[in-house]
Design a binder for this molecule. Structure first.
Ligand SMILES: Cc1cc2nc3c(=O)[nH]c(=O)nc-3n(C[C@H](O)[C@H](O)[C@H](O)COP(=O)(O)OP(=O)(O)OC[C@H]3O[C@@H](n4cnc5c(N)ncnc54)[C@H](O)[C@@H]3O)c2cc1C
Length: 416
């Protein structure tokens, strides 16, 4: 640590420059509210980390209608449905037919790049590659972030509101005293073995497949790069798997009488992703507000994590704008309860679809047959398919949510 700490002041200090932190900084910037974002990784490292791929329609609108970037519409792929496959038999859920919505396949690293570029274009203050982040004085009206920047200089950010957007491995939620928060947590007895491969797409839409051999997800990234996963043991070692063994395992989980065959290619990334569900309650402590994975995580099966992070931002941005423009505290007071309403719906969907599509280790015949009955109740019924379609593409805002512009995150009354 250097001898002197440089003090910076800003209305909003944000820990974490992932999608949640950057989108919030962007919307505040549009409303004329400054912020400082403090991020421990550098831009290229974040850009090269592959994560989410499916964006709900409201997430896409937030990117395109708030002046972030329109690339999602030109480089992303609209998916009007998805395929649920059981024992080699495919059943397509038509999102447009059931709920009139689509999702977009557009990788999270491109979302991140678009947001980081927009912040740079708009003169936003982001400190990349910081170390030793600390948050202090959270119960006061002047919370602080301390950090050391990439050159070794020490800083203290004094703000009025501090945002914990530091993801599931961050520090902010752990700064809430244990007696002031409830950690709702479950762990699943399986994980995903994920690959990225140089190969053409095997299918035009995602395929969620379950067979006697377990679960597989056939997903895409682009015309030349594909993302696929298969259910594995949480302690699986990726080094035990060569390309041929991985492709054979994926293939046997989608094999069926229709002869569907995966298009193979060179695998250039292999990871094991453990499955957890977590919700911190409440999402506020004094001047600290948690958004995105910092406050809650879901297993990736329902493709909800990034979308939920943007949902939090859609609730928090107008609340902050009202607070800073008019001194109106109401939105901030209601933030946690309102954001959690959607979080728990998404938790339920993610938990449900995870258990529907995965084979439990040592699953007994009764449960396996019951699960297959459940699968057919979804795919064989218009109402069952509509429930899946609505949950997957994202629920419309409910009447109990504050009125706000769903795409811009601005409080409707404040801008019109
Ligand atoms: C394999 C995989 C597939 C997924 N698929 C989907 C999908 O299809 N759809 C979907 O919606 N979601 C999906 N998700 C979830 C999605 O990636 C996350 O929900 C999303 O990244 C949350 O964004 P965030 O900004 O809240 O957190 P993050 O993206 O985790 O960003 C938090 C940032 O905070 C930084 N940080 C942490 N600690 C500190 C500190 N002490 N100081 C400074 N900075 C710090 C981190 O470096 C990070 O950049 C998937 C996740 C995985 C892993």
């Amino acid at each position: 640590m250097s001898a002197q700490r440089t003090v910076l002041t800003t209305p909003v200090g944000i820990v974490g420059g992932g999608p949640a932190g950057l989108m919030l900084a962007h919307l505040l910037g549009r409303a004329g509210i400054d912020s400082i974002v403090v991020e421990k990784r550098d831009k290229n490292t974040i850009y090269n980390t592959h994560r989410a791929g499916i964006l709900e329609a409201d997430t896409v609108r937030m990117l395109t209608e708030t002046g972030v970037e329109g690339r999602v519409l030109t480089e992303g792929h609209e998916h009007e449905g998805t395929v649920l496959r059981l024992q080699g038999e495919s059943h397509r859920i038509d999102f447009q037919k059931h709920v009139g919505q689509s999702v977009w396949l557009y990788p999270q690293n491109e979302v991140f790049w678009d947001l980081a570029s927009a912040r740079e274009r708009d003169g936003g203050d982001i400190r990349w590659s910081v170390t030793d982040t600390e948050v202090l004085d959270l119960k006061t009206g002047t919370p602080k972030i301390r950090f050391t920047d990439a050159t070794g200089e020490d800083f203290e950010v004094r703000c009025e509101v501090l945002i914990g957007a530091d993801g599931s491995q961050g520090i902010c939620k752990w700064s809430i005293p244990q007696e002031e928060r409830t950690d709702n947590f479950i762990q699943y007895p399986f994980a995903w073995f994920g690959i990225l491969a140089d190969a053409p797409p095997s299918a035009p839409e995602l395929i969620y497949s379950n067979s006697d051999h377990g679960f597989a997800l056939i997903s895409q990234r682009s015309d030349t790069v594909q993302r696929m996963y298969f259910q594995c043991d949480p302690d699986e070692n990726v080094n035990d798997w060569d390309d041929e063994r991985i492709w054979d395992e994926l293939q046997r989980r989608v094999d069926g009488p229709d002869g569907f065959t995966l298009k193979r290619g060179t695998i250039f990334e292999k990871t094991v992703l453990k499955f957890r569900s977590y919700v911190c309650e409440p999402l506020r402590y004094g001047s600290l507000f948690l958004v995105g994975d910092a406050g809650h995580t879901v297993p990736p099966t329902g493709a909800k994590g990034l979308n939920l992070a943007f949902c939090d931002v859609r609730v928090l941005a107008p609340a902050l704008i009202n607070f800073f423009r008019m001194g109106d505290n109401t939105g901030l007071a209601g933030y946690s309860a309102m954001a959690l309403e959607r979080v728990w719906k998404a938790q339920n969907f993610s938990y449900w679809v995870t258990n529907l599509m995965h084979t439990q280790p040592g699953e007994n015949p009764f449960n396996q047959k019951r699960r297959r009955g459940e699968f057919k109740a979804v795919t064989g019924s218009g109402r069952g398919a509509a429930y899946f379609a609505e949950s997957y593409t994202g629920w419309p805002s409910t009447s109990s949510q504050h009125r706000q512009d769903m795409s811009t995150g601005e409080p409707a009354a404040a801008v019109r």
